[in-house]
Design a protein around this ligand. Sequence first.
Ligand SMILES: C[S@@+](CC[C@H](N)C(=O)[O-])C[C@H]1O[C@@H](n2cnc3c(N)ncnc32)[C@H](O)[C@@H]1O
Length: 283
Amino acid sequence: METHKDTEKGLIERAMIEKKYVHGYSAREKERLHDQANTLTGLLHSDTIYPPGSTVLEAGCGVGAQTVILAQNSPGAHFVSVDISKESLEKAEALVRREGISNVEFHKADIYRLDFGEESFDHIFVCFVLEHSVRPLDALMALKKVLRPKGSITVIEGDHGSTYFCPESSTALKTIQCLIDIQAALGGNALIGRQIYPMLKASGFNSIKVSPRMVYVDSSRPDLVEGFTKNTFIAMVEGVRVKALDLGLIDQATWEKGIKDLYRTTEQDGTFCYNFFKGVATK
Ligand SMILES: C[S@@+](CC[C@H](N)C(=O)[O-])C[C@H]1O[C@@H](n2cnc3c(N)ncnc32)[C@H](O)[C@@H]1O
């Protein structure tokens, strides 16, 4: 499906969309998405298994970091994974082929303008996408349209307001606030995890269950220190450095100290906590 044709208008539109996406599409961001997905596989995916024969729409699949996990956990299900970014889709497709996965097809599509028939999916999976949506309720309504009655939707989001750590540092919190503010200025919401329940309710979904999924990291878990605190969370904050300084949200010395303090939490006596939220509901 080609919702943005490669006309000049389409290319300009796409450039605008990509500018609005706070994390961008760099090689480091691609790596960060994979670190995030691989580190959090058990925490976020252990209870998502789709029955053989079912058709699942993965909305906003990005570079395929969650796609491979989904497809491998439910080998009998068929996945239709869509994203608005052609480049990300190409990377996702290459990854899935490299892994020898054959139950996924990819389409370029905009969640707000899906070109699938009504009620054509048994299940929908959306992860780390609504936080970037300017109109998350409209996105949920658009997804609901293509979901069959009694079909399920799974929504996973983080919430940067749930971050706390040892040693405490108000300067580190200021760097996180820069990310929250920039994402908000782009129309997104980095505090959206706490809103999954009200959003699913407002979109008319039923049997809504939201569960917080806490990541707790200390130096006895070097895999989480690397994969989550450093390569997922701090990398995400560091990703807005240039924008934060350019916009004058923070001065350089405060920024450097805040990032140093975030890394300080990854040392022997440091700890780091963060909450993801997973919502499952039916139509
Ligand atoms: C943070 S990434 C998450 C990717 C993937 N779900 C994951 O967890 O690794 C957000 C993705 O949503 C996509 N996206 C944002 N708005 C979209 C829209 N309106 N339609 C389709 N994809 C969208 C972006 O292009 C990006 O690839």
